[in-house]
Write a protein of this length. Sequence first.
Length: 253
Amino acid sequence: KQWYQRRVRGKRRLPEYCGNLRTVMKGRTKVGCCIFYKRSQYQELHYETVELPHEYSPEGSLAELGKSLAEKFPEFMKDIAIRPILSQILVLKSTATGQHLVVGNTHLFWNPEFAKVTFLHAHALCTKLGEVSKKWGNARVVLCGDMNSQSTSLVHEYFTCGRVQADETELGKFFASTIQNPLSLKLARGNPNFTNYTSDFKDVIDYVLCDSQSEVVAVTPSSDIIDLEMNEGCPSEIFPSDHLPIISDIDFS
């Protein structure tokens, strides 16, 4: 947050960029999300933060689904409520074309033992993004974030297929028969070898997605495995974060 205040909001800021930062306390740790955009290319029209569990409350966008889940699976809904996940939604207007773009950003819950909780968080965000897109003339959508979800996860299946297959549990069967992604999304990250590379975990868990009408023009190559192994994972002198960057060029026209 100090870096953000100094470089984006302060006197020494990066003049060509603007951004929105939101932080939240998780236990004793402060975590946050941030979206940056280039002033010369975009005008900010709307910004909001979304507490994803709230969307299943009586005041939320998914109140009916939340009520049904609470009646059928009350213990599961307690897990949803006690794990607040912060997301951001930003509506931008292209200074060149006047086209609207909805950008979503989040950091989903990491523990695979609560994969179904993470899945419902993802559904809440996509639902909210769909509502905002419709409000702004069915604007194009891009969704980014550390989803903490591998290619075998419910979240990955939901993003790429639009729904999930039923498993042997009653909750899994409920998901398969009831929940569908309101957005038609596709991966826009290429095929990276890793996006997280530490001494005890190595996999692709970060995402860039866009609506199916947009075209992915280019993505950055994967980080060199030799560099990763030489430095025994991340963070390191070459890679200052435990996550590796994904950069995508997307044509929304």
